[in-house]
Write a protein that binds this ligand. Structure first.
Ligand code: NIG
Ligand code: FE
Length: 423
């Protein structure tokens, strides 16, 4: 049965096809006032002015749902570490006492401190915990998330994490795109031997993950004390030979050359980019990679430095925004908060930020042909916000304006449902 959303105050279609948007095109949100969206079989049939949509042959028989508010594509959160066993509250306390990222790592905190609990967690509990988190993403208007491994760093535990993503994905409407992040840090049993661990990750973990088809992307953390640019090149080359699409965490805490290595390796996206320089931006322009900015991690780490957005925009490199949801640097699953940070801290306009959180996020997952815009033929992944003007999504912070999430044409979250169950 077809469904039609009517009475939309502001409809953001982001029409313009499957490709990532860069420069001035990031400000073209395809705004329609008094809009409607017609959905059939999980796909968009028409999206535009209500008068036009009503003329579609399927519109007469469709179930009508007055949506009101601001309607746009569900967020595509293209960078998360949503599988982890425990929050890192000890790191949090240390941070509040003034310890830096490096000092926390030296004291036994940081990424490897998430390993023990993940390694011993029951696989069903892991999948169940992810399922609960999936609900939180849907509640905030996110329809698709990327989810990384990287807190196991052994064959068994990396497989367990990715199998948990697969198991949870069967039970939630949230679409989860899995990424193998075997090169997140060097696990303690390798005693700092990054090269040796990388050989293990390439020779033991990658083939096993490839055989079970547990990941679409492979990712690496290129940073001093983690993995070098040469190791990034080696890891991503191997990843491609196993059929994974390359991605990398680069220039998060310093400029160490990861962006150049990842761009040369054909990375689909390079993520963080806080310390990116002119040469890096040029290399990204040449390679066609998307740069994914994660301002929630700057906010949490108290890093005053944010990426040079204006320079990236001027060079015509497309920007995506994502939460980076993880226990150590960004315990935040709400893309609306990321929009606020993008505007207030990085001086993106609301239009640029919304484009980065939808179609460009989809492109960072190679899903721009199916997700990220509201155009005929695209998947009906839609979020409806309690607002009169789309800029309110960037203006209010710390809350959730989403009142309805639609995934593949089905209502998967409504703020009214909770009210009903509480009565
Ligand atoms: O994106 N930088 C590496 N990875 C994560 C941090 C993960 C963690 O601290 O647990 C990030 O910030
Ligand atoms: Fe990350």
């Amino acid at each position: 049965m077809a469904l039609i959303l009517t009475g939309i105050k502001q409809l953001l279609t982001f029409r313009g096809g499957a490709l990532p948007r860069a420069g001035a095109a990031m400000r073209d949100i395809g705004l329609v006032k008094n809009g409607a969206v017609l959905i059939n079989d999980g796909l968009i049939c028409a999206a535009g002015p209500e008068k036009h949509v009503m003329r579609h042959p399927l519109a007469k028989k469709a179930v009508s749902r007055p949506a009101g508010g601001v309607v746009m594509p569900a967020f595509v959160d293209s960078h998360t570490h949503a599988v982890f066993a425990e929050p890192r509250l000890k790191d949090f306390s240390m941070r509040l006492e003034g310890a830096s990222y490096k000092e926390i790592k030296a004291a036994g905190g940081g990424i490897v401190s998430s390993l023990a609990a993940v390694r011993k967690q029951d696989p069903r509990d892991m999948a169940g915990q992810l399922l609960k988190r999936a609900r939180k993403f849907l509640e905030c208007g996110t329809g698709t998330t990327e989810v990384k491994s990287g807190y196991g760093l052994s064959l068994a535990s990396e497989l367990k994490m990715l199998r948990a993503v697969k198991a949870a994905a069967r039970k939630t409407p949230l679409e989860m795109i899995p990424t193998l992040l075997a090169a997140h840090s060097v696990p303690p049993e390798f005693k700092g031997g990054a090269g040796k661990y990388l050989s293990y990750a390439i020779e033991e973990i990658m083939p096993a993950v490839a055989i079970e088809e547990l990941a679409v992307f492979a990712d690496i953390f290129c940073e001093k004390g983690y993995f070098s640019p040469a190791q990034t090149a080696r890891y991503l080359r191997a990843a491609k030979s196993f059929g994974f699409l390359p991605k990398a965490h680069t220039e998060q805490l310093s400029n160490c050359g990861g962006t150049l290595a990842a761009a040369r390796a054909g990375a689909i996206s390079v993520d963080h980019a806080d310390f990116i320089n002119a040469g890096d931006i040029k290399a990204l322009k040449t390679s066609g990679a998307i740069v994914t900015l994660l301002p929630a991690s700057n906010h949490y780490l108290g890093i005053g430095k944010y990426p040079p957005v204006k320079k990236i925009m001027a060079a015509g490199v497309p920007i995506a925004l994502a939460t980076d949801f993880n226990p150590g640097t960004a315990p935040c699953w709400n893309m609306q908060f990321v929009l606020s940070l993008a505007c207030l801290r990085m001086k993106m306009t609301p239009e640029e930020a919304l484009t980065a959180a939808t179609i460009n996020g989809a492109c960072a997952l190679r899903l721009g042909g199916r997700l990220g815009t509201l155009e005929a033929g695209k998947q009906a992944d839609i979020a409806v916000f309690e607002a009169d003007d789309y800029r309110e999504l960037c203006y209010y912070f710390g809350g959730n304006l989403n009142k309805l999430t639609i995934k593949k044409g089905k209502m998967v979250y409504s703020s009214k449902w909770r009210v009903a169950s509480e009565e």
